[in-house]
Design a protein around this ligand. Structure first.
Ligand SMILES: [Zn+2]
Length: 294
């Protein structure tokens, strides 16, 4: 079997909050439990959302928690040549799209699909005269081949119909930024990631990523999606929903952040834990008992 390689891929849009700590911890523990490699990758392709210095703050918080990347941290913004060459490889499946958000919304209304989030296919067969390409989209298959099945280690068998549930999706955005779906697949491939452990909010992206992997002839990693932390009104914790940094520089991270995050992941740890080394030792053993059979 290939040696285990996992990753944690935060976006430097603000400091780590409890939600991102849970995702980091799950991927870290799974790598440790497999005696594998764990890599940190900064997903900093959305220049409008990046916050100056947030990447260094994230790395400092991970270090304070006792989590260290086994290989050099990579920044996606320094890897755009990889996404460019992947887009070229995907050329037969890619089409330029001239639609504005408003045009997409209007054609949904005309087709009676107001509630749909799916691209209505306007530019699938070419863009109209005098129109300019804004974004680049991947043509998803029709018919039975549109169904992408996969197994999640925790959630079991899953599937998504790319045609009826997703539609032709964006690889390069109208603002010129690379889309998450393309960049994540290219980097997981380039970094030879064997196991993806991340929040359940990304379950919905998995079929798109599997389809891109197949077109780019990249191996398919294993997937494990863990529950995401939500606030009192059921929203996923994020900068937008006002999540606070768990690391205030001088607080007790073991009791205020790490043990609560482990508890959220369903790990029942002995109450005798006094320090970070002990925490990671016990948490790794408990993780293996709880998740490795899955
Ligand atoms: Zn279009």
């Amino acid at each position: 079997m290939q040696p285990y390689r996992g990753r944690f891929a935060p976006s430097p849009t603000g400091p780590l909050h409890m939600g991102s700590l849970v995702a980091a911890m799950a991927s870290y523990l799974d790598a440790r439990a497999h005696q594998g490699i764990w890599i940190v990758r900064m997903e900093d392709l959305d220049f409008d959302r990046n916050v100056l210095g947030a990447d260094q703050a994230i790395l400092a918080s991970l270090t304070r928690c006792g989590m260290h990347s086994d290989e050099e941290v990579v920044w996606q913004s320094k890897r755009t040549h990889l996404y460019e060459s992947a887009l070229e490889k995907l050329d037969p499946h890619v089409f330029p799209c001239a639609c504005s958000r408003k045009e997409i919304a209007d054609s949904r209304v005309r087709a009676g699909l107001e509630d749909s989030q799916i691209y209505p296919g306007n530019c699938r067969h070419g863009i109209g005269d005098g129109k300019l390409a804004r974004s680049f989209r991947l043509r998803v298959p029709d018919g039975e081949t549109a169904v992408v099945p996969f197994i999640d280690r925790l959630l079991g068998p899953q599937q998504q119909n790319l045609s009826s549930e997703v539609g032709d999706f964006v690889l390069k955005r109208a603002d010129g930024f690379w889309a998450y779906q393309l960049a994540v697949v290219v980097d997981d491939g380039a970094q030879e990631i064997t196991d993806i452990v991340r929040g359940e909010d990304l379950l919905d992206s998995t079929a798109r990523q599997l389809y891109l992997q197949s077109l780019l002839k990249l191996p398919t990693p294993r997937y494990l999606h863990v529950p995401v932390v939500v606030n009192e009104v059921g929203e996923k914790l994020s900068k937008q929903t006002g999540a606070l940094a768990f690391d205030r520089g001088d607080n007790d991270l073991l009791n205020e952040a790490l043990i609560p995050a482990a508890t959220f992941l369903g790990l029942q740890l002995p109450s005798s834990i006094k320090n970070l080394d002990q925490f990671w030792q016990e948490a790794t053993i408990t993780w293996a008992r709880t998740y490795l059979t899955k």
